[in-house]
Design a binder for this molecule. Structure first.
Ligand SMILES: *Cc1c(COP(=O)(O)O)cnc(C)c1O
Ligand SMILES: [Zn+2]
Length: 402
């Protein structure tokens, strides 16, 4: 069977829905999650079966929501590498430091995973027009995959969003709406306009399928570590779909018996200028409060009130993880360090996760002998303009020719 897709279930009230209808959130307003028939799958799929499959996220198709292979819209979402970082590891006193580099995916960020699976499912459900609010990278990914699928896309993002994803939306032929506000304001605009336009809202956790794409990060982490998952995963968190997706993947793998009891401790890294989850974690609360005047150069993490906050906080608790914020200065410093020590140009969000790992090692929360996987969620190229010209020398051509 191509998929073991079973039904949808509400993350809050547990009400269930059939998986073949175009649907947004539960009647209660909470996000819907995709369920699979894991008991049946258990008897039919073995780890070894994966070995001969193409190295893309579609190798996990039994645990993805696409019913018919023909629906798949793909730009070759390659499995992203896990790379040991010896010099940065030494510098941080974490010899077992690893990075999973999502920068090699189409459009340069892990958002391609959500877009590939989300767009494929939208196409399967007969969607012809969709819309989403974004801080930039999701908009770019969805605009490009929508173009490949022949679906009309409207993308609303803050006018302060980085320039590269804005241009990606334009080149892909999406309608780009620049909003004088945050992603929360862009989201409200999409909801309002959607009442007239009737489009499919594919904002984070506004439909169940984007999360399934992000889940594949968790499958890859498990498979690439030979089903012996790291001790700690540090994730730069905005809307939190990455954290929820990785955890969902690992739980599904547990239920089919492919990994054991132990799960990685999940670390939610946030920017000091927008840290609603860290604040809620520190106060011991189950949901977050809107973060006023959210501001950070790690733009993908600028989400003032994540819709899935209760799930993220629960995952931190369930796995014995933690939530920690770092400053924009930490981000700038860490980004240069990793580039200069390892030759890897990470994005500012990835740099925030590295800075969090460093701090957690300093405080002793991470032990020296632990295997720590930091998620670099995108390529530094998407934010190249943030790099200052420190050390650059300028030459005047007329003087050279004299
Ligand atoms: C969107 C984004 C994030 C935040 O991911 P969530 O899954 O929404 O928490 C982190 N890094 C980059 C580069 C992003 O584009
Ligand atoms: Zn519900």
């Amino acid at each position: 069977m191509y998929t073991y897709l079973s039904h949808l279930v509400c993350s809050a009230c547990k009400r269930t829905y059939p998986a073949d209808a175009r649907i947004q959130t539960c009647g209660c307003g909470s996000p819907l999650l995709v369920s699979y028939d894991l008991q049946k799958l258990k008897g039919h799929l073995r780890k070894e079966d994966l070995k001969t499959r193409p190295e893309t996220l579609w190798r996990y198709h039994e645990l993805l929501p696409i019913v018919s292979e023909e629906s798949i819209v793909t730009l070759h979402e390659t499995m992203t590498p896990i790379i040991p970082l010896f010099r940065s590891g030494l510098d941080m006193n974490i010899p077992g430091l690893l990075v999973k580099d999502e920068g090699v995916l189409p459009s340069g960020t892990f958002k391609a995973r959500g877009a590939a699976v989300g767009i494929s499912k939208a196409k399967e459900l007969g969607v012809t027009a969709l819309a989403l609010p974004t801080n930039g990278n999701a908009g770019a990914a969805w605009a490009l995959y929508a173009a490949r699928a022949g679906i009309e896309a409207t993308v609303a993002m803050p006018i302060t969003a980085p320039i590269v994803p804005q241009k990606e939306c334009i080149v892909a032929g999406a309608k780009l709406w620049l909003v004088d506000g945050t992603i929360a304001d862009a989201g409200a605009l999409i909801v309002e306009a959607g009442k007239i336009k009737g489009w499919y809202d594919v904002g984070t956790l506004k439909e169940p399928y984007r999360l399934e794409g992000k889940k594949t990060m968790g499958f890859e982490i498990a498979e690439q570590t030979q089903w012996n998952v790291p001790d700690v995963i540090v994730y730069p968190t905005g809307g939190g779909a990455g954290v929820i997706g990785i955890y969902k993947a690992l739980r599904e793998l547990q239920q089919i018996g492919w990994i054991g009891e132990r799960l990685p401790r999940m670390v939610v890294a946030q920017a000091a200028g927008c840290a609603p989850l860290v604040r809620a974690y520190e106060l011991g609360e189950k949901t977050s409060q809107l973060w006023e005047n959210a501001a950070t150069i790690a733009f993908g993490m600028r989400v003032p009130k994540p819709l899935g906050d209760f799930m993220i906080l629960n995952i931190v608790e369930q796995t014995g993880g933690t939530a920690i914020s770092v400053t924009d200065d930490d981000v700038r410093t860490e980004r240069k360090k990793v580039a200069q020590q390892e030759g890897l140009h990470i994005c500012p969000e990835g740099a925030a996760a590295f800075a969090a790992a460093r701090r957690l090692r300093q405080s002793g929360w991470i032990k020296q002998d632990e295997r720590v996987l930091v998620m670099n969620t995108g390529s530094g190229l998407k934010y190249a303009d943030q790099i200052d010209d420190e050390g650059t020398e300028y030459f005047n051509v007329t003087r050279i020719n004299e």
